[in-house]
Design a protein around this ligand. Structure first.
Ligand SMILES: Cc1cc2nc3c(=O)[nH]c(=O)nc-3n(C[C@H](O)[C@H](O)[C@H](O)COP(=O)(O)OP(=O)(O)OC[C@H]3O[C@@H](n4cnc5c(N)ncnc54)[C@H](O)[C@@H]3O)c2cc1C
Length: 306
């Protein structure tokens, strides 16, 4: 299969790039690894208030509107794609056993919640990445939250409304969360804060509960906590593992680009959360899609004319 543009990632950035490629007359395909489009929009259960035109739609409902838009123009996107080989300089790859080539590539692989990176933790029940979504599931139960930023503190406050006891675990006593949320958490009667502590091991205690083995960095003591749920709120990380050593990334693994969304490799662009925009949002991702598609259209026109 040969295209002018391959877009990797089917979140709002990739969807916008596909629409812009279509409107600029570029033959493009979008490759998404999961079984549906939308990326992080699928985790937004609240209305996306600041996205123009759809004030009452949740992220999922907004995603449905975006998907309908693609279908209205009969645009090509492939789900369940696994990139098995990738040559960025030649803009070619092997996807689900088939060779795919293009003149330009747009990387829109976004970001995801940072995982605990403890053996076996991914498969345990009782672990959640969002109190907004899961707080009712844990109503009346005792839970722990791990993290020290806005999302960890916000989750503590959401959970304290429905849980008798919430424990916040954080590796230091430096918290990045906004001051107002810190004050509310520290004075809340249902919330305990364990600074200088790190989860060293996590196992399933029984079908209902988890056992956390927690080490205190100050005095080296280890304690066991039995909890009904663990909310992991350690921030986000870019989906760039498959790009390590292939193009320039920053110290946190995000793709570095210039203002035109060009990466360190000619004809390879990166858009949306994967290149650490100042404001991580649907609107930014969509704007990046437009910038990259315009840049590619201009570059290909010059290469063709020249
Ligand atoms: C809980 C939550 C609430 C949020 N609330 C808001 C809000 O209110 N307003 C707002 O504007 N923004 C909000 N955001 C942020 C917003 O969702 C993101 O900024 C936006 O989705 C980024 O879009 P993206 O296309 O760059 O990446 P993503 O949405 O992360 O999409 C990336 C896509 O690439 C796919 N992918 C990854 N690796 C590969 C690969 N190797 N091959 C193929 N496909 C791949 C992923 O499966 C995913 O579908 C929220 C995010 C979260 C998690």
């Amino acid at each position: 299969m040969d295209y002018q543009v391959i877009i990797i990632g089917g979140g709002p950035a990739g969807i916008s790039a596909l629409l812009w490629c279509h409107s600029l007359g570029l033959h493009a395909v979008l490759l998404e690894q999961s079984s549906e489009l939308g990326g992080q929009m699928l985790e937004m259960f609240h209305p996306v208030l600041e996205y123009p035109g759809f004030p009452n739609k949740t992220g999922q409902e907004l995603r449905d509107e975006f998907a309908t838009h693609l279908q209205a123009y009969n645009l090509s996107y492939l789900l369940n794609c696994c990139i098995e080989e990738l040559d960025l300089r030649e803009t070619r790859m092997m996807v689900n056993g088939e060779h795919v080539t293009a003149r330009a590539l747009i990387i829109a692989t976004g970001a995801r919640n940072r995982r605990l990176e403890l053996p076996g933790a991914e498969n345990l029940s009782g672990i959640s990445y969002s109190a907004t979504h899961d707080h009712q599931r844990f109503a009346g139960k005792n839970v722990c939250v791990v993290g020290g930023g806005d999302s960890a503190f916000e989750d503590c406050l959401i959970l304290a409304e429905v849980c008798p006891h919430v424990t916040l675990i954080h590796r230091s006593e430096q918290f990045r969360a906004r001051q107002g949320w810190q004050q509310a958490v520290f004075k809340h009667s249902h919330i305990d804060v364990l600074p200088h502590n790190q989860i060293a091991q996590i196992t399933q205690e029984n079908s209902e509960a988890l056992r956390l083995s927690v080490i205190n960095h100050l005095d080296g003591t280890r304690r066991e906590l039995i909890t009904d749920g663990l909310f992991v709120r350690l921030g986000i990380e870019p989906n760039t593992a498959f790009l390590q050593g292939r193009l320039q990334l920053d110290e946190a693994g995000y793709i570095t680009t210039d203002r035109a969304q060009k990466t360190s490799i000619p004809n390879v662009y990166a858009i949306g959360d994967v290149c650490r925009p100042i404001c991580l949002s649907v609107s930014t991702a969509i704007g990046h899609g437009a910038i990259a598609a315009k840049g590619i259209a201009e570059t290909l026109r010059q290469q063709f004319d020249g």
